[in-house]
Design a protein around this ligand. Structure first.
Ligand SMILES: NC(=O)c1ccc[n+]([C@@H]2O[C@H](COP(=O)([O-])OP(=O)(O)OC[C@H]3O[C@@H](n4cnc5c(N)ncnc54)[C@H](OP(=O)(O)O)[C@@H]3O)[C@@H](O)[C@H]2O)c1
Length: 177
């Protein structure tokens, strides 16, 4: 794969950062995504220095905010006329006590399911402009450990457990994929 335009969410660290570096090495245009501008800028410079590829840019959004995801997708569309590969990589476990976003959604399902689903929907017209678009969603073997889905507890309204919330969010992500 080369000369593709590739957006990788959560690529300021971990698996996403390694993916961004490897895809930049192959000569692609890589858009690093993060929530921290200073960190994203530093990661871009690191990737350019290690790969010799200057086609590395960044975009910022807090994926725990659906409003910010919408703003990010608009920003992306003003800068890029098409997208070849969207890698929905960002994802995480949260703490032992249930946490809610400023918009009122449970955080695990927001970051691991709502964010990639919404971003994909918003960028679909841009992906459709590619000759061979791909969407990659990072799931986890933990999708087997969330237990039986309970749609009356979809956002842990009745009961919250870290592993269950994470596992089920990844199972639902597989279903949407
Ligand atoms: N690591 C594993 O063993 C493993 C196993 C199975 C599946 N996975 C899945 O693989 C993916 C990557 O995992 P990882 O371990 O590489 O994760 P990680 O090292 O924790 O990196 C997560 C990335 O997501 C970003 N991020 C987190 N919350 C965000 C938010 N609210 N808004 C925007 N960006 C946010 C982080 O940004 P900052 O740099 O600002 O923190 C970072 O760039 C996840 O979907 C995870 O569920 C991981």
């Amino acid at each position: 794969m080369e000369n593709k335009t590739i957006l990788i969410t959560g690529s300021t660290d971990g698996i996403g950062k390694i993916t961004a570096t490897e895809l930049a090495k192959q000569g692609n245009t890589v858009i690093v995504h993060g929530r921290n501008k200073a960190k994203a800028e530093k990661v871009c410079e690191e990737i350019k220095a290690t790969t010799g590829n200057n086609k590395v840019d960044y975009i910022i959004a807090d994926l725990l905010s659906l409003a910010d995801i919408k703003r990010m997708s608009e920003e992306f569309k003003t800068k890029y006329d098409h997208l070849d590969v969207l890698i929905n990589n960002a994802g995480a476990f949260f703490g032992k006590v249930k946490e809610t976003t400023n918009e009122g959604f449970e955080k695990t399902i927001t970051l691991n399911l709502f964010a990639p689903f919404l971003l994909t929907q918003l960028l679909l017209p841009t992906l459709e402009k590619s000759r061979s678009a791909r969407i990659i969603n990072l799931y986890s073997a933990m999708h087997k450990n969330g237990g039986k889905p309970d749609f009356n507890n979809f956002q842990s309204e009745k009961v919250y457990a870290t592993n269950k919330a994470y596992g089920l969010s990844k199972l639902y992500l597989i279903w949407t994929t």
